[in-house]
Design a protein around this ligand. Sequence first.
Ligand SMILES: C[C@@H](C(=O)O)C(=O)SCCNC(=O)CCNC(=O)[C@H](O)C(C)(C)COP(=O)(O)OP(=O)(O)OC[C@H]1O[C@@H](n2cnc3c(N)ncnc32)[C@H](O)[C@@H]1OP(=O)(O)O
Length: 178
Amino acid sequence: MRRVVKAAALAAGATGLFSRVETPVAIGRSFSTPQSQYQASSPVWKLGRLNHVAVAVPDLEKASSFYRDVLGAQVSEVVPLPEHGVSVVFVNLGNTKMELLHPLGSDSPITGFLQKNKAGGMHHVCIEVDNISAAVMDLKKKKIRSLSDEAKIGAHGKPVIFLHPKDCGGVLVELEQA
Ligand SMILES: C[C@@H](C(=O)O)C(=O)SCCNC(=O)CCNC(=O)[C@H](O)C(C)(C)COP(=O)(O)OP(=O)(O)OC[C@H]1O[C@@H](n2cnc3c(N)ncnc32)[C@H](O)[C@@H]1OP(=O)(O)O
């Protein structure tokens, strides 16, 4: 029996398992992969709550009816946001919101997305930050591209900025000033 335990310990030692158990846990926010290149060490800004999940839809009335009449959610009127090239319907979920997006005007940023995803689909997530200017500056240093030079006023009357999906694990991320 002793020999078995000793063999296991040697094998584990060879793969670094025992030494990993004793490694102190890093303090502060970081992604879970040990080799993560993104250590969120900046004390200048903090990530907050999930503000909303946005879904691009080919038919706004049909999508509103699904959330309101089939799922029983509280759903807003259609809100046109010409400066963003979209019309929006908010679905209130209590702890967060969904935003149903439909192209508005001839130059909408979601037209290409709907051409590729004819039935619609999840378009972006919006996460609150406590200091959007500091966040943008810090992320720029970390080579995360913003999709505009400056924040714009978003659907909730607060400054927002979008980050390139190719720099965010394939997800279009919107940051909103809390
Ligand atoms: C009111 C406001 C608010 O909530 O406050 C809003 O919601 S405004 C919501 C609408 N506004 C925005 O979305 C503004 C930011 N968005 C943009 O600037 C654009 O939509 C881009 C994200 C740059 C995509 O533009 P576009 O579709 O013309 O470019 P593209 O087809 O060349 O896309 C480049 C690559 O990104 C991918 N890609 C495009 N849209 C994506 C999305 N939503 N999620 C994940 N990936 C996406 C494409 O598949 C492609 O990958 P491959 O190269 O691999 O094929």
